[in-house]
Write a protein that binds this ligand. Structure first.
Ligand SMILES: Nc1ncnc2c1ncn2[C@@H]1O[C@H](COP(=O)(O)OP(=O)(O)OP(=O)(O)O)[C@@H](O)[C@H]1O
Ligand SMILES: [Mg+2]
Length: 247
């Protein structure tokens, strides 16, 4: 039977008079990578902050591993992780120190071995003594991904994780995340504005705009529905443009 890892139901969030999320419901199965797409300001990051319990929704429920996040947040979050190019690791610590601190917070077993493995996988071993402030954008983003995988999360929330990486590193990043995802049966909610990345990573996509879901399906199904043709290959770039301009 399919196991539901994340279930978001009728989520609503307002900031004053402004409705950031009107009504969003979706679920994520074990081992699924779900692309979470939408134009700037659509409500993607706000939804992710609600899932992490950093923003309090006005209405709706969020269940992770079948439990209400509000009731058992710290236990649940031990098996969850998050990365975004928007947020940096602590500026003054070295990469190694950062990973040690986060690894201890997550109570990672055999931590130094895990950090060494991840730095090796992300080709960052030679940068481990550098302070975060001295890393390039793309290197910091790779450091964030190492942090996000430290605790072998069952649920990984990735909010434009590779936004500042060069295409070669993105290509390697995609292969690495996919490989780790299969090995560890991770479920991933994946946000990006790079449609090629989503086509490579996601089996299914939820497209939101103005805080509402306006389309969903596999990349190929969405392409056929939205572009109204017999497309044989996904074309999420054209789907994105068309859906964004509809309203
Ligand atoms: N703390 C806040 N106070 C007021 N408005 C906010 C706040 N946080 C987000 N918003 C608004 O909510 C809307 C959704 O923002 P959000 O960051 O979720 O968008 P997004 O889909 O992640 O966009 P992007 O693709 O640019 O990252 C935006 O219009 C934003 O201005
Ligand atoms: Mg965002």
């Amino acid at each position: 039977m399919t196991k539901i890892i994340l279930e978001v139901k009728n989520l609503k969030k307002t900031f004053g008079q402004f409705v950031a999320i009107e009504d969003i419901s979706f679920s994520l199965e074990e081992g699924q990578i779900l692309g979470f797409l939408g134009p700037n300001g659509a409500g993607k990051s706000t939804t992710i902050y609600c899932i992490l319990g950093l923003v309090d929704p006005d209405f709706g429920s969020i269940n992770i591993f079948g439990e209400d996040v509000k009731k058992n947040r710290s236990e649940i979050l031990k098996q969850v992780n998050y990365a975004s190019a928007e947020y940096s690791l602590p500026w003054n610590l070295s990469l190694w120190e950062c990973l040690l601190v986060y690894g201890r917070l997550y109570e990672v077993w055999d931590l130094k071995k895990r950090i060494t493995e991840l730095l090796d996988v992300f080709e960052m071993s030679h940068l481990k003594t550098k302070a975060i402030r001295d890393l390039s954008f793309g290197q910091r983003a790779r450091g964030n991904l190492c942090k996000a995988l430290l605790n072998k999360p069952k649920l990984l929330l990735l909010d434009e994780p590779m936004a500042s990486m060069d295409p070669d590193v993105v290509d390697k990043g995609i292969s690495l995340i996919k490989q780790i995802q299969i090995e560890e049966k991770m479920s991933i909610l994946y946000t990006s504005h790079n449609m090629w990345e989503i086509e490579e990573m996601a089996s299914d996509v939820v497209f939101i705009n103005h805080g509402k879901i306006i389309a969903q399906g596999s990349p190929l199904q969405l392409t056929q529905q939205v572009l109204k043709g017999e497309a044989a290959e996904p074309n999420l770039r054209d789907v994105f443009i068309q859906l964004s301009r509809q309203q």
